[in-house]
Design a protein around this ligand. Sequence first.
Ligand code: NAP
Length: 279
Amino acid sequence: MKIGIVGLGLIGGSLGLDLRSLGHRVLGVSRQERTCDIAVARGAADEAVTDLALLADTDAIFICTPLAYVQTTVAQLIPHISLTTIVTDVGSVKAAIVRDITPLWRNFVGGHPMAGTAESGIEAAQHGLFAGNPYVLTPTEATPLDAIALIESIIRPLQVRLYHCQPDEHDRAVAWISHLPVMVSASLITACLSDADPASLKLAQLLASSGFRDTSRVGGGNPELGLMMARYNREEVLRSLRVYRETLDRMIHTIDQQDWTTLEETLQQTQAARTRFVD
Ligand code: NAP
């Protein structure tokens, strides 16, 4: 198949690497010429330029720009592509994107691969990023079935775990397991930095190891991504943060009261519950 990718960064570049390995012809478009050159040199695209006209003759196009540019990119693509071209995106928020793009392009299927790293840009692209991870599609009642089938036929061979849900269901669920963790992890780093004793802060930085590496990873990632999660999924991010604040207050109370029985029960419950989210 001839597949277009707009936005050759971590996700777009990684998709390009895998789709080319599967035998597809990948045409890439990015904002900077330098990024396009690196994408071709790294094998993430057969051809890559800064002009959307390159994608005139493609079967499917993946929009992999930051969330803020998804809608304008689709609007700019429309004069170049045929009505049969299937367009999908990889944005981390779905309701706003699906609401804005569905009126522009009938053959649109919202999507979100649940995979990433702390890095960004084409240099961070890697083979096999999506394998074994969930990939959510958020078609609506108006989405043509053949458009969904075509996108599924492209992403299934990436060995993803494919799910369907409504865009607003997606946004509520990912607020818990993706967007809230970014805000909590960022707050953790900020709280550590606020230690008024420079010697204590320095010692903490020297002693930080696997626990801090795990808990600070998503808060120490691409700032643009966290900003877009909060801007485009504001209601759900706020809802989850407020519940988190209440949970934190309960934990403060428990420890303040030296209620070790309750704390132990809580930690036993979280130890058992974690496996329902991740292995
Ligand atoms: P990224 O590494 O920063 O890549 C985005 C790329 O888009 C940049 O390298 C930039 O390339 C290009 N770009 C920016 N504006 C553009 C425009 N107007 N037209 C064309 N290209 C443009 O970000 P990412 O992490 O891959 O995220 C991309 C999308 O994936 C976002 O919608 C995000 O929500 C979603 N997502 C991210 C993750 C994650 O964990 N990172 C996971 C799942 C989904 P230039 O160098 O050419 O400017």
